[in-house]
Design a binder for this molecule. Sequence first.
Ligand SMILES: [Zn+2]
Length: 218
Amino acid sequence: MLIPQVAPPFPLAWGFSTKLDTPAKLPPVRLSQVHGCGIVAVEDAVQEGDGIWTIQPSVRIGVRVADCVPILMAGLVNETPWIAALHAGWRGAAAGIFRKGIELYLSQGGDLASLIWAFGPAIQKCHFEVGLEVIEVARQDPAWHEDLMALGLRGKPHLDLHGLLRAQALHLGLNPANEGSVALCTVCQENLLWSYRRGDRTERQWGWIEIESKDEMG
Ligand SMILES: [Zn+2]
């Protein structure tokens, strides 16, 4: 398990699973992910969406990815712990799922200063070759800057997904010191991580998060 590198504002369990983790620690599947921007409140039933949030302690929520970015968020809403997990490929990132997650948190009374977040392992700029049409979509984002793209060895553009999401966060006023991302590349780390682009068609890793109850804390 890879753990985000930032101190949480309340007792929190969270992490990014790898090939080495046992399924026992992972959340139940509650999302049918569709590369959209829907963010739903946790329910036991499976819901269509690419983000899930809760204020319930001891409920482990998460998203499944294999190149897309798992985003974990934690903050205080009226002194109450609030968490979310989002799934962001280039479509979701460009369509603003992280912005929507932050706006959802703020709309519920969330405190911007206490909000921490972490992007998990994903296909990084080293391997994320895309078509120019993807860059054109990403360029529409108000936080876009040209350093988020670089030309690869084959002369095709590579996109920095973590960088695009980070630019959006800073554009919305999040504190850069509150980021605890794990910037491993799923394609590079064959022994550790699943990668759809490298050929893993069914296996996924999780980004998951859980508010620890006071009972568990003793
Ligand atoms: Zn790579």
